[in-house]
Design a protein around this ligand. Structure first.
Ligand SMILES: Cc1ncc(C[n+]2csc(CCOP(=O)(O)OP(=O)(O)O)c2C)c(N)n1
Length: 676
């Protein structure tokens, strides 16, 4: 049997008092007992799912001890019982999560256990997809660094998470900006069953080199060595010397979760050999040798903890569950009720294009909202964006408030999440809708769900500007429509302007909205659609459609570029004796159903036009609602005119014209429907 290795450091040399090192031991012991208790509850059938932490306590508690929970930020991952106890969680808080009770400060019972968050202590919420937390941490670190706020950010994860793109993108960004960030990787040798050798070539800590940041590997089972390294890293971050990657080599003693059988992939001998290096035993040995821990004191700690856990379990198990799973999807739910019944009057203003309107509005928003930040690929001056939407903003507001990001869409959205957590209003630009897909996980799993999954504790205000759509000879990868993907996601609002005035009004409303908004810009109209730019205060409420033209024979619903072409078509239709009412949705989520229904009551016929593919396009939702809610108002079938089931769009303009909906096609479909 191997001898128990001794700890290499002396706590006094590290500036730790006797009380601090004893306190560290107590928190580690508490973490171990919490974990034991969770497993016991699981085996008794009282806790449905348990994530294990035993073995990691040294790395966890020691790193937190080196931080200041009164000013710093913490992003733990699911294995971090020791981190959250060190940060201020009570065992009761943890058990409220284990029993998924309303009082669970993390999510009110909405997330699985161990997905902690504590807003008043700057512990940011995390989810289950591995590695999404790293860009969040980088975004928080960026916000506090540029504001000159005190504090550093610590983010935690396993070695498996260092294989994910989000990890690499965040490390890259942290290195570029020398962020006050500590990335603690708890390398427990396995990502579920996959050994580290199949996950990483070489050593995790060495990966830091490629990002120009400091990287260090440490024995994570030696709490004093871990403390020393964490202390150094935090001092470095506080002194403006940039981020550190700490690889804490450790081991988990139990299976990955209560659903895992680790006997399939680890020998008992291997587990035993690591148990001989148990951080709890190592520190206990040290405390006995330094005469800080007596048998009596240890017994006293064990008894105290046992009593506390007994009480916590009793209280948590008896606590009520949440009662409204439909609530708090949005910070500001919008349910349109008053129908628009007349054509919207054009506001007064200088005639501009949509792209100019967006640019001017961004200037105004940056001036009126000092917390607004603009970032993305090529957005900074001198280029000012691929389409010039952000031209002049870096010059006017500085490179901290309008800056280029690396070419990494998931990072762009992920840092936005962190910035929003730190009180900013992020306005990221995705250069083309076609390239937003790498960010889908950040938008779906993070941006859209943060409010719901924290039971309303955190919000994620963000305006994601995305040029989209065809008709610009952009081929398959510069023409896509993406609104249906995002309209499908609870927690998001989705708006699409088609006039310069709406571009301003919707953008201002989106920036002021506490929820995340997808702001989709029909790039075909950027320079084609011209109209007045209302000076001063101008808002278009989210969830309010516009009637662009009144009519009696049929209702044509469109948005984006198709609103523009539908108006052209309506002129032609009127020459042919057909009176079309044209509704420009502007918001597709929330959807202004009352305005549609009121129009249908008048016309009895509905044609939906969009340039996205017809199959499962947004028109399918409108058609379904019409069938469901307005069946008696209809005199004809609901018809859709959209792109057939082909990737949008071929490069050859002749081919593009054959598939993309256009004015003549709208006229054709409208005539057929009017004659039905
Ligand atoms: C993106 C994603 N892929 C797969 C999973 C399923 N999964 C959950 S934990 C895990 C292993 C994580 O390993 P590591 O990062 O080393 O952390 P550890 O659990 O070992 O502490 C996997 C594959 C997930 N949650 N998210």
């Amino acid at each position: 049997m191997e001898a128990i290795a001794e700890l290499k450091e002396d706590h006094r040399d590290l500036g730790l008092t006797d009380e601090q090192v004893l306190g560290m031991y107590r928190t580690m012991l508490e973490a171990r007992r919490v974990d034991d208790r969770m497993w016991a509850l699981n085996r008794q059938g009282r806790a449905p799912f348990v994530v294990s932490s035993s073995g990691h306590e040294g790395a966890q508690v020691a790193s937190v001890l080196a931080m200041n929970p009164d000013i710093d930020w913490c992003l733990p991952y699911y294995r971090d019982v020791g981190v959250v106890l060190g940060w201020g969680f009570r065992p009761l808080d943890i058990f409220h999560g284990v029993f998924s009770r309303k009082a669970d400060p993390t999510s009110g019972g909405r997330q699985m256990p161990n997905h902690w968050s504590l807003r008043e202590r700057r512990m940011f919420t995390h989810s289950s997809p591995i590695a999404t937390q790293y860009p969040h941490a980088a975004g928080i670190a960026y916000a506090i660094q540029k504001d000159g706020r005190p504090g550093v950010v610590a983010v935690y994860g396993g070695e498996g998470s260092t294989s994910e793109g989000d990890w690499h993108e965040a490390m890259n960004f942290a290195g570029i900006h020398r962020l006050p960030l500590i990335v603690v990787i708890e390398n427990n040798q396995y990502a579920i069953s996959v050994p580290v050798a199949e996950e990483v070539a070489g050593q995790v800590a060495d990966r830091a080199l490629g990002y120009g940041i400091h990287g260090v590997a440490v024995d994570g089972n030696d709490p004093l060595a871990m403390y020393a390294i964490a202390r150094e890293a935090i001092d470095r971050a506080r002194n403006g010397e940039g981020p550190t990657l700490i690889e804490a080599k450790t081991y988990r003693y139990y299976a990955h979760t209560s659903d895992d059988d680790d006997k399939l992939y680890r020998s008992r001998e291997e587990v035993e050999s690591w148990r001989r290096r148990d951080p709890l035993i190592l520190l206990k040995q040290y405390l006995i040798e330094t005469r800080l821990l007596s048998e009596t004191l240890e017994e006293q700690m064990e008894t105290e903890i046992a009593g506390e856990l007994e009480e916590a379990v009793k209280q948590a198990e008896a606590a009520p569950v949440g009662d409204d799973p439909l609530a708090r999807v949005y910070a500001l739910p919008i349910f349109p009720t008053d129908p628009v019944t007349s054509v919207e009057a054009e506001p007064a203003g200088e005639e501009v294009s949509i792209i100019t309107a967006i640019n001017q509005t961004l200037h105004e928003v940056m001036a009126t909202h000092p917390e607004a930040l603009i970032f993305g690929e090529d957005v900074a001056d001198p280029k000012g964006g691929a389409f010039k939407a952000t031209k002049g903003i870096t010059e006017a507001f500085g490179k901290d408030r309008c800056f280029n990001t690396p070419l990494a869409e998931s990072l762009i959205i992920g840092i936005g999440v962190g910035m929003a957590a730190a009180g900013k209003i992020p306005i990221p630009e995705i250069q083309f809708a076609d390239f937003i897909h790498p960010a889908f996980d950040q938008i779906l799993s993070e941006v859209a769900r943060i409010h719901y999954r924290t039971d309303g504790d955190w919000t994620c205000p963000m305006v994601i500007r995305v040029p989209y759509g065809g008709g610009i000879h952009g081929a398959l990868y510069h023409s896509q429509s993406i609104e249906a993907f995002y309209a499908h996601i609870p927690g998001l609002k989705v708006v699409i302007p088609s006039t310069p005035a709406d571009a301003k009004g919707l953008l201002v409303s989106s920036v002021e909205d506490p929820d995340p908004v997808m702001f989709l810009e029909p790039k075909k109209l950027y320079r084609l659609a011209k109209g007045p730019y209302p000076a001063g205060d101008h808002r278009v409420p989210l969830g309010r459609a516009a009637i662009r033209r009144a009519g009696t024979d049929l209702t044509i619903v469109a948005y984006g570029a198709m609103s523009y072409f539908t108006l052209e078509a309506a002129d032609i239709l009127s020459e042919q004796g057909v009176s079309a009412e044209v509704i420009d949705l502007r918001s597709i989520k929330p959807l202004d159903w009352p305005t549609l229904e009121t129009s249908l009551a008048k016309t009895g016929r509905l044609l939906i036009v969009h340039e996205d593919n017809e199959f499962v396009g947004f028109g399918a939702e409108i058609a379904a609602q019409a069938a469901d809610k307005a069946f008696e108002l209809l005199d004809a079938p609901v018809r859709r005119y959209a792109t057939p089931d082909v990737p949008t769009f071929p490069f050859a303009s002749e081919l593009e014209a054959m598939v993309m909906p256009n004015t003549a096609g709208i006229v054709r479909h409208a005539l057929a429907l009017a004659e039905y």
